[in-house]
Design a protein around this ligand. Structure first.
Ligand code: FAD
Length: 467
């Protein structure tokens, strides 16, 4: 009878504790993935479904090379697994933990049910640097502020990553079933990514070799490709945070001049841990404001504004550039994510949950913890959130972080011919400049849908009204 490993957000062979344990118990191993239809779980977003499909294809090939069978199933996880265990007469099953409340409940119930059948069930820590309950304040409470969380995390010894299982005789691959709904618009994103474990490893290597030194200053410049772009690989567990941590620390040891850059990079990785800390310790962070008073916020119902924001047609170049980058690539630069989220939740006074849902559907890195935690951080309702009076001005932010206008010119070609002076605020350009640049405001490019000054004040008033 075989040992099973149930893969979920950990689609890799290296540093995979569940797979490692399964491969070491001496029995044949079958890896499984379940497209879960349990209604209590958050369904995978559209862009992420496209990534997932290709990630499963890559995983299947990698597993086959190692002689490990792979089955993709579909249905309610508990029932599907029970049947599979029975059909295969499996002796043991392993998985790596996940952390959303609904996922934990489901896994706990599944574990109990499977154990009743006499099978050994083991869950492992595989997706975080430190399990969320292993890190706490001096008062034995969860952290609600990032800096002390990071100070605590950075001193915890992180174990070395595990090797991939030893190769057995290679197997033939059978193709992963694409029998789930991949959106028609997704394949255009393929040109921007190499999906799968090998792609993740290459992305890390290229980042450490070519961009790490410039990361601390350059990471805020959206036109420069200076961040790691590891987020979708992390989302699907094609690489583990422990592998990233270890490789970056080794780089700092080898080249002490890079120590500052490594520290900055790892502190960003720690934000991911902090998001998971919140996901684990709080209630449904995609639905409930972590600061209770925000549940009383009087959000506007403005479907036209929301639609303009989604389509990258707000008339504010850096906002439109970000939303179009998202639509085209499945990704958006972090600085611009903050700007578009602030614009939606503050200038347009639109419920952050609507923005979070749009991101959830469009991002290839749409993450159960990072997405809602970041949205709440920007909207002001999150833990350790930006103070309510911090409302990004997209024009001054654009002029600061995209001074040459390269980013907006790339994604909003209608205004590419405007001078640097007006490229972030075409509505202020003299008529002659607009004509020379071939722009007719309201026709070739929208007028701004919001007055930045008035809407800023409206957001301040709305926040002040919260008791
Ligand atoms: P790098 O700068 O190279 O950082 C390396 C890794 O550290 C990232 O892959 C990510 O795992 C982590 N990280 C970096 N910045 C942050 C951050 N601010 N918060 C949490 N983790 C971070 N990230 C997601 O992974 N999925 C999401 O769904 C997501 N939604 C977001 C929504 C909003 C409104 C905002 C403001 C941010 C969101 N982020 C999300 C965080 C951040 O924008 C991305 O992680 C980052 O842009 C990914 O690019 P990178 O891998 O090149 O980052």
């Amino acid at each position: 009878s075989p040992t099973l490993v149930w893969l979920r957000n950990d689609l890799r062979l290296t540093d995979n504790p569940a797979l490692h344990a399964a491969a070491h118990d001496g029995r044949p191993v079958i890896a499984i993935y379940v497209h879960e239809t349990d209604p209590e779980l958050r369904p995978v977003g559209a862009a992420a479904r496209w990534w997932l499909h290709h990630s499963l294809v890559a995983l299947e090939a990698d597993l086959a090379q190692h002689g490990i069978a792979f089955e993709v199933l579909s249905g309610r996880a508990g029932a599907v697994l029970e049947k599979f265990v029975h059909d295969k007469d499996a002796a043991a099953i392993h998985w790596n933990r996940r952390y959303a409340p609904a996922e934990r409940d489901l896994d706990a119930a599944t574990k109990l049910k499977l154990r009743e059948t006499g099978i050994t069930v083991t869950s492992h820590p595989g997706n975080l640097l430190v399990e969320p309950w292993m890190i706490e304040t001096g008062q034995h409470k969860p952290y609600s502020v990032f800096t002390p969380f990071w100070k605590s995390l950075r001193n915890i010894p992180i174990e070395a990553p595990l090797p991939a299982p030893k190769k057995r005789a290679a197997r033939k691959t059978r193709s992963v079933d694409g029998g789930y709904d991949i959106p028609f618009w997704a394949p255009k994103m393929a040109q921007y990514w190499t999906i799968g474990e090998a792609g993740a490893r290459d992305a890390l290597g290229a980042f450490l070799d070519e961009r790490l030194a410039d990361y601390p200053d350059g990471r805020d410049i959206p036109a420069k490709d200076l961040t790691s772009r590891l987020s979708p690989h992390l989302r699907f567990g094609e690489i583990s945070p422990r592998q990233i941590w270890r490789a970056a620390r080794m780089r700092a040891d080898a080249e002490p001049t890079l120590a500052g850059s490594v520290e900055k990079f790892l502190s960003e990785l720690a934000w991911r841990e902090f998001s998971y800390h919140q996901l684990y310790h709080r209630q449904d962070i995609a639905e409930i404001s972590m600061q209770g008073k925000y549940e009383g916020m009087r959000w506007r119902h403005a479907p036209n504004d929301l639609a303009a924001w989604q389509a990258g047609q707000t008339g504010i170049p850096i906002i439109d550039a970000g939303m179009r980058e998202l639509w085209e690539t499945g990704y958006m630069h972090n600085r611009v994510r903050m700007l578009v989220a602030s614009f939606l939740s503050k200038n347009l006074l639109t419920d952050w949950r609507l923005g979070e849902k749009w991101f959830w559907d469009c991002l290839v890195d749409a993450d159960m913890a990072n997405n809602p935690a970041s949205w709440q951080w920007v909207a002001g309702s999150g833990l350790d959130a930006a103070p309510y009076f911090r409302i990004f001005n997209p024009v001054t932010q654009g002029e600061r972080f995209d001074a040459s206008g390269d980013y907006v010119r790339c994604w909003v070609p209608e205004i590419a011919e405007l001078s640097d002076k007006f490229v972030h605020k075409p509505w202020e350009a003299p008529a002659s400049d607009l004509t020379a640049a071939g722009i007719v405001l309201g026709k070739t490019y929208p007028r701004p849908i919001a007055d930045l000054k008035d809407t800023r004040q409206r957001a301040l008033d709305a926040s002040a009204a919260l008791s």
